[in-house]
Design a protein around this ligand. Structure first.
Ligand SMILES: *Cc1c(COP(=O)(O)O)cnc(C)c1O
Length: 545
């Protein structure tokens, strides 16, 4: 252990001989060494009769890459909340040591300290919710102060302490561990302090999958710190802390094909935060809104009773923050529809569109893993990565000419050939379009295109709900780019099936690349009027599509 850890940690924990649990089960031996049952329950979705690994290696590697640290610098815990608890238990001796917090801030630091029997020294933020750096450094002169918690961005105020302020504290508090809680950092434009771990052995960072990655129910957080501090925390980590079904779910959720969709969702929460901020600033019920780098806004209201009553009537729950003052509430940012219902309670017109037509499809088989997200009422972004350059270019034509947003990532068995990937992407696209169309109320339904000047493709589409493909094109054998020509009819067969559409395609020309490109563009052009909302009625005399 380094000098720093020796000075910092509880002496009894340093001396502790930790409890040794068997590692995870890898199936390589007949494991009769952990008193497990030979059988999982009937219908279980995995080998849950086996104890999981302490730190499951695939997920740990994934998180280390996501956060940009080495695997030895990362500890996975049940939420960042458990990381806070482990730090307190390994470092603060009951009845002796203390932590420093900067209220108003996340209440769990002081609560976890109280459970451990540690004292809390408060260095409050000023009236503009700015940190008192000199006050923190002065409080750290106490030899009993072991931990300094800095929430960055801060909950509940939403602001971000500057990196310079944190470095000032790190440099001037060499006897304390500075714990920077980055639970909301993904919603800010700051990269976080991960790169400073190299320079400061007294820095630890908390990250979580709960907020930006939509995994609050899975309970997965991480502590990022020096390998020595991580080794210390492992001494107090309970055996097998993370349930095996959680590890399986989280691993699947963080697969590379999902990452572009996470990025898009984080960007749209930031966009919504700005929209809600601007709209609420015009409301006569709002006294103050603080700028936020998170997925929530802190508000001081003018007529809180009225707003609370209206929100309750609209079945919207917000967090009452009376601890800051009688008129404070904290509002989480939801999706457009949810935010509009908040704005309506404040008598401001959100002017967001009604009934968003979006869908995200994740399709995982032994051959391919695909994530496709569409937004029929938004032309951007279009971002395609199937691993087949020519096909990326073609799918991009469908979305751009169709006038809708498409994010599609695939990881397929391209070492065999392009067949599964091409077909399965078309299935996922068809499913996503079908789901986004919903009841198909109000759509144009029909789309068609007559000769394009080059290569002549003629496409007719009916979003009838009844799959049918007529493909009248002579394509030569062989490939265009890295995609086999024979896959082209397959794409539209899969699309027609899963979108529930009649698609008729005729095309001819001299250059195969041009013919295929004209077909994909033409399908996009034909989809454009077909998916467009032109009214509210179901466009069928049957009244159903
Ligand atoms: C939500 C939150 C956490 C808790 O994260 P989990 O990983 O869900 O335990 C930690 N710190 C702050 C500041 C939070 O707001």
């Amino acid at each position: 252990m380094s000098d720093f850890i020796t000075r910092l940690a509880r002496p009894d924990i340093l001396a502790l001989e930790p409890y040794i649990a068997r590692g995870g089960y890898d199936g390589s031996v007949l494991a009769l060494n952990a008193n497990e049952n030979p059988d999982a329950p009937p219908g279980a979705s995995g080998p849950w009769n086996r104890y999981p690994a302490q730190q499951e290696p695939i997920l740990r590697a994934r998180l280390a890459a996501l956060y940009g640290v080495g695997e030895a610098q990362l500890l996975m815990t049940r939420g960042a909340d458990e990381g806070i608890d482990l730090l307190l238990r390994a470092i603060c001796a009951a009845g002796e040591d203390a932590i420093i917090v900067t209220p108003p801030t996340f209440g769990l630091y002081a609560c976890a300290a109280a459970v451990q029997g540690a004292k809390t020294i408060a260095v409050p933020l000023d009236e503009d919710f700015a940190i008192d750096v000199q006050g923190v450094i002065a409080a750290a002169q106490s030899p009993k102060a072991k931990l300094i918690f800095l929430c960055r961005p801060n909950n509940p105020t939403g602001g971000l302490i500057s990196r310079a302020a944190v470095l000032d504290i790190l440099e001037n508090c060499p006897d304390q561990l500075v714990v920077v809680d980055e639970a909301y950092i993904e919603f800010s434009d700051d990269p976080g302090l991960v790169d400073d771990l190299e320079s400061f052995e007294n820095l630890a960072i908390l990250r979580t999958l709960s907020k930006a990655y939509g995994l609050a129910g899975a309970r997965l957080g991480t502590v990022l710190a020096s390998a020595e501090l991580i080794a210390l925390l492992r001494k107090v980590l309970p055996p097998y802390p993370l349930p095996a079904p959680v590890l399986k779910e989280v691993n699947a959720a963080l697969a590379p094909v999902n990452m572009p969709v996470f990025e898009r969702r984080i960007a749209s929460i930031i966009g919504e935060r700005q929209r809600v901020f601007t709209a609420l600033a015009t409301s006569s019920f709002v006294d103050t809104i603080w700028p936020s780098c998170t997925n929530f806004l802190l508000l001081r209201l003018k007529d809180k009773d009225t707003i609370m009553r209206r929100l309750q009537k609209n079945a919207v729950a917000v967090r009452d923050f009376s601890s800051l003052g009688p008129d404070f509430v904290r509002l989480s940012i939801g999706n457009k529809t949810q935010n509009d219902s908040v704005l309506a309670s404040f008598d401001v017109d959100g002017a967001a569109r009604q009934n968003p037509r979006t869908a995200t499809v994740r399709r995982t088989t032994a051959e391919t893993d695909i994530c496709a997200a569409v937004d029929l009422d938004c032309a951007a972004p279009v971002s395609i990565d199937t691993g087949i350059g020519f096909y990326d270019h073609m799918l991009e034509q469908i979305a751009r000419h169709g006038g809708f947003s498409l994010i599609l990532s695939a990881k397929g068995d391209l070492h065999i050939d392009d067949h599964h990937t091409v077909e399965d992407c078309a299935i996922a696209l068809g499913q996503a379009l079908c789901e986004a169309l919903g009841t198909r109320a109000g759509i144009g339904r029909y789309g068609f295109i007559l000769p394009m000047d080059e290569a002549q493709a003629r496409i007719a589409i009916d979003l009838s709900g009844r799959p049918n493909l007529r493909f009248d094109v002579d394509l030569p054998p062989g490939k265009v780019g890295d995609m086999a020509c024979e896959m082209v009819p397959h794409v539209f067969e899969s699309l027609a099936q899963h979108l529930g559409a009649a698609i008729h395609i005729e095309a001819e020309g001299h250059n195969t690349h041009h013919v295929i490109e004209a077909i994909f563009k033409g399908v996009g052009r034909a989809l454009r009027p077909a998916v467009q909302r032109t009214g509210t009625a179901i466009p069928s005399s049957k009244g159903v599509l």
